[in-house]
Design a protein around this ligand. Structure first.
Ligand code: SF4
Length: 952
């Protein structure tokens, strides 16, 4: 290397360069100069960088770090991430985003919560001005899906919608008006905007958590709760983690650090995945059960824990239903009312279960439903003042005479006796020694947890799978403490700021909620497309009023079709399982489909009117998740593009238009058929912007804009405004993400400073009754239908299959993808470049070779419902016999508009349609997103063939 002193003399400065060929060899390795080498055709020039004419582009890089303003925002895409971002704006354009780095720490022993983010969020700025944006109100001029539109004014769009809605309401068909929007936690103001209007109109609000098969039905069945999870920081507190079908490294990117860093804390991590997933590669041991056999694997592990005495006896006796007695003649729990002399001191002995103490005397199970006035009562305790026997098998004297009984424990042991190591190995493909070793290690850890993913939930028998996996934590007592439990992270079931959100969304308190799976499949014709047993059970559930379907049956027995659907913040049509039936049967019933969207997705394409919504960087809202305990905001970095408006603005203006037209027509209030209320269209906007929780008059006009709605949520929620703590305001969230101060009644533990949130402490540590029939973690369900289907206890059943195995030898699976969150970003250029740019199907090399398919070939995936086209990715990590097509691709990204859901039939499991107890339903009753049938999609078969004339 030369110093400055080595520069040649003369006119040539030290920045002069040589122009011409061979610049790099100006001085050769021998040290000979150019002249000496005879390269006389080279000439010295001035600094080429300085004189190069095309240099403006360099400013792009220099000015990347230059901006006019920074706003705090995030993404509302049902990712559960809830990551705070700084959005940089220059010259009125969103220039880029950067992860915020200011989540306050609450426990220095845990990894820093900052930053959070993923590859998708890192390029949301692409969407702000993207071609896919809807800039103006559009009205369909061709057939649905044809893509023929005309631009119309806001006034015209709102007038047409308002006139249609007024007709429906005045004709009494308000319950034919539906509103579908998912996941309030990701943007509760936007969620509430349309839900509030639908509620005021007497319309129908749709569930989403069960429809997406995110709800784990086993949790309400066993724990009486929708779901409750530890925040992801608690993973770091575990000594042992089983990632069971949860592909954390793909679907929980902002939280993966806790899983990855836990290894430095000495945590053993086991993966249960059918394929060698992106998370499996980071685990200490990988178990690969055959598809649909998770239940058998879990029950085999449970058998090991029980047989080898590795269970936590004290926990099982106090916290579970294992000591309860069951009549062998009926299969029902023995009730205190059936045992002479027992139950005199309880309010309703017919709903009180019975145990047997060490002396063989029958004792009531404290805090059974009948011991707490048939309701949840935290003042009651499940703590026992006697030591019940676990293993009871004998005859007892009852009001019906001598009756043989057995404890749940004995019944469970009999069930588990089926899961011999040989059977488990044969059924699941996981070796005898392997599954028993993992069971022992799990049981013997101080704090062990299971991270439960969607891989288990997508099966028809998902409830059995959930219950079997939950059983492992109950048997071992790995529940109700930090570092333990079943953390089920699939979708976002609930919202921290529940009370504020609920009152904003449903101001009247009279809600027509509907289980979306039932509503959708009912109107898409499932009664004519399922087996007789399922058909009659669906009908019975509806007739009994266990599950509602709207529009309601009228007095004359006539049930109208749904007529109107509003979709916002979701892509209902594209993401709907049973897609063929929905397109053919449900969609034509709808006279008006209105989609409110920032991009033209498939639902928009198949709608009648599309209204342009503000994107995530153009609006005000809140954002939270059960993966952490913070709240942070959306704030508008730029004005909405074109004529776009925020969801709150749009629905408020629609309310104003309806009110205006109703006033002009002098439409009288209409009596609601079901609730004690009137639907008053002449006061619709006034009611929309009124704060219903303040005194009459004082709240008028209070909720005029998005920020006022956000403040309303924070003010009226325990988590952000606890009785004994400081209030979190919207301005606080803009300043920095705020950790919640407390947990409301819909959570099962408190939020404590210095501690990650972990659920179930109210029951395990404080001994409150679990909100189940028995007041305990309940593995035995004595509902008639469970008994009839032989599912009173968790048991392994083979998946039902509507397609013939010989004809369609491959399983078909549609997991979450790495380059999109559901359908969002599926059309993003940057992310398309990171994968193959169009729908891809992953196929094992053996399956591909057998079919003459090579990597990159265009193929058809088909079954008796449809056929779809994709590019084959020959993937050695795939599970042989299963093809995977990561879901979320838009219908219009498939050549024939048949998408990944076109191969999926309509499935509905009868055990998820029940009310329990049958007469009153305190344990299981329909509640949106809490209890209802799930829309499953893994029990599908197909085959794959090269596309004729494709790019082979
Ligand atoms: S898309 Fe979701 S996970 Fe990704 S950065 Fe945004 S909020 Fe986080």
């Amino acid at each position: 290397m030369s110093s400055n002193n080595d520069q040649p003399d003369g006119d040539v400065s030290r920045r002069d360069f040589l122009k011409g060929a061979g610049v790099a060899s100006v001085v050769g390795v021998t040290g000979a100069t150019i002249a000496e080498q005879g390269l006389n055709n080279l000439e010295l020039v001035d600094d080429p960088i300085g004189s190069y004419p095309y240099r403006d582009w360099e400013d792009l890089y220099r000015e990347e770090w230059d901006w006019d303003s920074i706003s705090r925002s995030t993404h509302s895409v049902n990712c559960t991430g809830s990551c705070s971002w700084q959005v940089y704006v220059k010259n009125g354009q969103v220039w880029r985003e950067q992860q915020a780095n200011d989540y306050p720490r609450f426990d220095e022993n845990l990894p820093d919560p900052s930053p959070r983010g993923c590859n998708k969020g890192a390029c949301f700025s692409d969407y702000v001005d993207a071609d896919q944006r809807v800039k103006y109100p559009l009205r369909r001029t061709g057939e649905r899906g044809e893509g023929q539109w005309e631009r119309i004014s806001w006034d015209r769009a709102l007038t047409e919608i308002a006139e249609h809605v007024i007709d429906e309401v005045t004709e009494g068909r308000y319950d034919a008006i539906s509103g579908f929007t998912p996941i309030p936690a990701m943007s509760p103001v936007s969620f509430a905007s349309g839900t509030r209007l639908i509620n005021l109109l007497g319309g129908v609000s749709h569930s989403f958590y069960d429809w997406y098969s995110d709800l784990p039905p086993g949790q309400p069945i066993t724990w009486g709760h929708q779901t409750d999870n530890a925040e992801s920081a608690d993973w770091y507190n575990a000594d042992y983690i089983i990632a069971w079908g949860s592909n954390i490294n793909v679907t929980r990117i902002p939280d993966a650090k806790y899983f990855l860093d836990a290894q430095y804390n000495g945590t053993k991590r086991v993966g249960v995945f059918t394929d060698y997933s992106q998370t499996a590669i980071h685990t200490d041991e990988w178990l690969s059960p055959n598809p649909g056999t998770d239940t058998a694997l879990a029950l085999g592990m449970a058998r090991t824990i029980v047989d080898e005495g590795l269970y936590d006896e004290a926990h099982v006796k106090e916290q579970s239903d294992m000591p309860l007695l069951v009549r062998e003649d009926t299969g029902k729990f023995l009730r205190a009312s059936e045992v002479p002399g027992l139950g005199a001191d309880v309010e309703n002995p017919e709903k009180v279960m019975v145990m047997q103490d060490g002396d063989g005397e029958p004792r009531i199970a404290p805090a059974s439903l009948g011991d707490r006035a048939d309701k949840y009562d935290p003042s009651k305790s499940i703590e026992l003042d006697f030591d019940p026997q676990l293993a009871v098998e004998e005859e007892v004297t009852t009001t019906d005479g001598q009756v043989p009984v057995r404890s749940v424990w004995v019944n469970l042991r009999e069930e588990l006796s089926n899961y011999t190591p040989e059977y488990v190995a044969e059924e699941t493909g996981v070796g005898e020694r392997t599954h028993r070793k993992i069971a022992r290690e799990f049981a013997e850890s101080d704090a062990a947890k299971i991270i439960h993913g969607k891989g288990v939930n997508d099966w028809y028998h998902n409830d059995l799978g959930n219950r079997a996996i939950q059983l492992l934590t109950t048997l071992t007592g790995h529940i109700g403490r930090n570092g333990t439990g079943v953390d089920h992270y699939v979708g976002q079931e609930k919202i921290w700021t529940f009370n504020g959100w609920k009152n904003l969304s449903f101001p009247t308190g009279s809600v027509r909620g509907v289980p979306t799976t039932l509503w959708t499949y009912f109107h898409a014709g499932i009664l004519n497309n399922t087996d007789e047993q399922t058909r009659s059970m669906i009908q019975e559930s509806v007739n009994e009023g266990w599950m509602p379907v709207y529009p309601e049956e009228r007095g004359d027995g006539f049930r109208p079709d749904p007529s109107t659907m509003f979709v916002w913040r979701g892509n209902f049509f594209n993401q709907a399982k049973g897609n063929v039936a929905i397109e053919e049967n449900l969609w034509p019933k709808l006279d008006l489909v209105v989609d409110i969207n920032f991009r033209l997705d498939s639902t928009a394409l198949y709608s009648d009117i599309v209204l342009p919504a503000a994107s995530h960087y153009e609006k005000t809202d809140l954002n939270m998740t059960d993966m952490h305990t913070y709240v942070h905001p959306f704030t508008p970095a730029v004005e909405p593009l074109g004529e776009a408006k925020t969801d709150w603005q749009i629905f408020r203006e629609l309310a104003a238009k309806i009110q205006d037209l109703a006033e002009r027509r002098d439409i009288d209030p209409i009596d609601d058929r079901k609730f004690d209320r009137e639907i008053d269209l002449q006061s619709l906007e006034d009611d929309y912007v009124r704060d219903w929780l303040t005194e009459e008059g004082e709240g008028d006009g209070a909720l005029a804009d998005d920020e006022a709605a956000a403040e309303f949520i924070l003010e009226h929620s325990t988590e952000s405004n606890p009785d004994d703590g400081g209030e979190i305001t919207f301005a606080d969230t803009v300043e920095q993400p705020q950790r919640f101060e407390a947990a409301g009644d819909h959570w099962t533990s408190d939020i404590e400073e210095g501690e990650a949130y972990a659920p179930w402490k109210d029951f395990v540590q404080d001994k409150e009754p679990w909100p189940t029939f028995t007041g305990r973690q309940q593995y035995y369900i004595d509902h008639d239908w469970f008994l009839e289907l032989d599912e009173q206890l968790p048991t392994h059943k083979r998946p039902p299959e509507q397609q013939d195995q010989q004809e369609y030898p491959l399983r078909y699976n549609t997991p979450h993808g790495r380059y999109a969150i559901h359908s969002t970003w599926r059309d993003n250029e940057k992310l398309l470049r990171l994968n193959r740019g169009e729908p891809v199907v992953f196929i094992h090399p053996d399956d591909a070779q057998r079919r003459g398919i090579e990597d990159g070939d265009r193929v058809e995936i088909y079954n008796d419902l449809s056929e779809i086209e994709a590019i084959a990715k020959v993937y050695p990590s795939a599970d042989p016999g299963t093809v995977q097509l990561p879901f979320g691709w838009e219908k219009y990204q498939f050549p024939n508009r048949e998408n990944f859901n076109s191969l999926v039939p309509m499935y509905m499991k009868p055990t998820q349609l029940v009310q329990y107890p049958e007469d009153s339903g305190e344990h299981l009753h329909f509640f949106p997103n809490f209890w209802g049938p799930t829309g499953v999609n893994s029990d599908v078969r197909c085959d794959v063939r090269p596309k004729e004339g494709g790019d082979n």
